[in-house]
Design a binder for this molecule. Structure first.
Ligand SMILES: *[C@@H]1O[C@H](CO)[C@@H](O)[C@H](O)[C@H]1NC(C)=O
Ligand SMILES: *[C@@H]1O[C@H](CO)[C@@H](O)[C@H](O)[C@H]1NC(C)=O
Ligand SMILES: *[C@@H]1O[C@H](CO)[C@@H](O)[C@H](O)[C@H]1NC(C)=O
Length: 186
């Protein structure tokens, strides 16, 4: 009898323990999107110019690893903090910075892996950012790259960017690239 009581006490105790542990480990819950004030998804179009300043005495884009191939520059890695402006001229109004890296990742063409954040510093998007990760075969007229997310006003963002080179200086390697970005966000 005493043994039976001890066993049932033990069982009750372990059940209580496991439910306490289950409660402790319940780290997810279903939320109503309204709780994060997620209302209607909207589509925003950005038209910006990205300035890759490689030459001169104030570069914003620096090779941190050299290319291993002379033809495709395979292996080259540049880290950059490039200005984003509303017009193609370098002195045009600055609205943010594109921070990240491009790496030459293709062995049979010049194809970059782009991993960058567009960090806005003016207007209603000041402090918000969008993240772009994609394939950039720079000799093509139009290159499309996915927008994989964002922060601030761009939480839950998704979309795509289209890049077109406007200007390239073969001596300094400076480039101005037009970006049209289409972003769905809340
Ligand atoms: C790249 O070109 C330079 C100069 O022509 C040469 O010395 C070097 O061996 C070449 N590198 C490769 C990986 O082909
Ligand atoms: C952007 O936000 C920063 C930090 O809150 C602030 O210092 C800066 O003045 C803002 N810039 C513009 C143009 O609103
Ligand atoms: C290209 O870059 C070189 C070297 O920095 C510079 O002397 C030249 O003026 C630039 N050309 C153009 C068209 O900007």
């Amino acid at each position: 009898m005493a043994a039976k009581l001890a066993i049932s006490c033990f069982l009750l105790f372990s059940m209580a323990m496991s439910s306490a542990m289950a409660a402790e480990y319940s780290f997810t819950s279903n939320l109503n999107p309204k709780m994060l004030r997620l209302k209607k998804e909207k589509l925003t179009h950005f038209h910006l110019y990205w300035h890759d300043v490689v030459g001169g005495n104030k570069p914003t884009s620096i090779a941190v690893l050299p290319g291993l191939s002379n033809t495709t520059l395979f292996g080259l890695v540049n880290m950059f903090d490039n200005p984003l402006t509303v017009g193609p001229h370098p002195k045009s109004q600055l609205v943010g910075r594109s921070q990240g890296l491009y790496a030459s990742a293709a062995q049979t063409e010049i194809g970059l892996l782009m991993a960058m954040n567009f960090v806005f510093t003016s207007g209603k998007y000041n402090g918000s950012s969008i993240a772009i990760l994609g394939h950039n075969p720079i000799l093509n007229t139009v290159r499309e790259m996915p927008v994989v997310g964002g922060s601030g006003r761009f939480r839950f963002a998704r979309g795509y960017a289209q890049a077109r080179t406007q200007f390239f200086n073969a001596t300094s390697l400076d480039a101005v690239v037009e970006y049209n970005i289409y972003v769905l966000h809340y």
